[in-house]
Design a protein around this ligand. Structure first.
Ligand code: HEC
Ligand code: HEC
Length: 299
């Protein structure tokens, strides 16, 4: 359920949460119902549950174990319920934010970018803390993590430091002055929280998003399937779609030519259909301004 609270209240809730964290009062923090509800909305927008639930095998929500195939090997999402032994029950808020923003685990090891931290680094502090509050409120599930099936040396986590130095720019989202509130909200959702670029942007040989071709689509998306160009290119992108067409797709999965999206996007629509209409339209408003990049190999 979308939880709408006035801006000032959000700020106060965040400040309060911060105070509680630094005062070491996790129990009081987790019972702030407003913050938890906001976190649930944001976690939904970020599709955390889709990757962190092994739905195909009846896995419990957020308990991890979903296999994610990549060109480098297969990853298994970790348990992010508050179970102290097998989940993130012993993590602090600061450790959680470091995972989200810098791709670093509580034990200091690097996470692989199959976890979309290169996008999540843009999530605002107040949203990050709300997601944390929500995760803390979940029932703990005992389920051991499974390490990824990767060949050496790829499996060696310290090597990821080199990848980060080459391809990763940490930093919270900053609104663009002179753009409307809706446009900035859309930019935030697309580039950070809802991480649309993680699937819709082509990747280089080392698996990093090619920023110069942001949202231009790829023939080699998740599970090796093609992902369409969603820039405003008229022929090969969605330049011919109106704001309403994009918002409708995100609400129902229906394209303007009465087709419906499936596969990975079908899952995305499960979460975008639960966003507020204002958030779906904000995404559409922003997408309409993404510069056209034509893709001869698409469509
Ligand atoms: C595209 C799939 C995907 C999405 C979406 C995703 N994650 Fe993950 N996440 C992963 C994978 C895979 C890993 C493990 C990466 C590794 O082994 O280095 C991971 C790791 C993590 C970790 C580190 C846990 C540990 O024990 O190492 C945390 C915390 C986490 N994710 C939280 C989240 C949150 C919160 C969201 C939503 C805001 C989210 N994830 C969305 C796939 C995903
Ligand atoms: C997990 C990967 C993934 C993510 C994340 C993702 N998409 Fe998609 N998207 C796809 C795939 C795959 C298709 C093609 C689906 C089909 O044709 O059945 C698609 C199709 C679309 C289409 C239809 C384009 C066309 O020409 O038919 C639009 C619009 C779209 N996505 C927008 C978005 C937006 C906006 C976001 C972020 C909120 C997003 N997508 C996030 C994988 C993804």
């Amino acid at each position: 359920m979308p939880h709408q609270v006035p801006r000032a209240d959000q700020e106060i809730a965040t400040l309060l949460a911060l105070l509680l964290i630094f005062a070491g009062a996790p129990a009081a923090f987790a019972t702030d119902a407003g913050l938890v509800a906001r976190g649930a909305y944001l976690a939904d927008a970020a599709d955390c549950a889709a990757c962190h639930t092994d739905s195909a095998h009846g896995g419990r929500p957020y308990a991890g174990g979903r296999a994610i195939a990549t060109p480098f090997g297969t990853f298994y999402s970790p348990n992010i319920t508050p179970d102290p032994a097998t989940g993130i029950g012993r993590w602090t808020a600061a450790q959680f934010l470091r995972a989200l923003y810098d791709g670093v685990r509580a034990d200091g090891a690097n996470l692989f970018p199959v976890f979309p931290y290169p996008s999540f680094t843009g999530i605002t502090d107040s949203d990050g803390l709300a997601i944390w509050a929500y995760l803390r409120s979940l029932p703990p599930v005992h389920r051991e993590n499974r390490p990824p099936d990767l060949p050496f040396p790829l499996s060696w986590r310290p090597l990821q430091s080199v990848w980060k130095r080459l391809f990763f720019t940490p930093g919270r989202f900053r609104p663009t002055p002179g753009r409307s509130a809706a446009w900035n909200r859309g930019a935030y959702l697309v580039t950070a929280l809802a991480h649309c670029g993680e699937c819709h942007t082509p990747r280089n040989l080392l698996g990093a998003m090619e920023r110069s071709r942001f949202l231009a689509g790829t023939a080699h998306g998740p599970d090796g399937k093609p992902v369409p160009n969603i820039t405003s290119a008229r022929e090969t992108g969605i330049g011919a779609w109106g704001v309403g067409d994009i918002a409708t797709l995100l609400a129902t999965g229906q394209t303007p030519d009465f087709d419906s999206v499936g596969g990975a996007m079908g899952e995305v629509v499960q979460s975008t259909s639960r966003l507020t209409e204002a958030d779906r339209r904000a995404i559409a408003v922003y997408l309409k301004t993404v510069p056209p990049i034509a893709t001869p190999e698409q469509k």
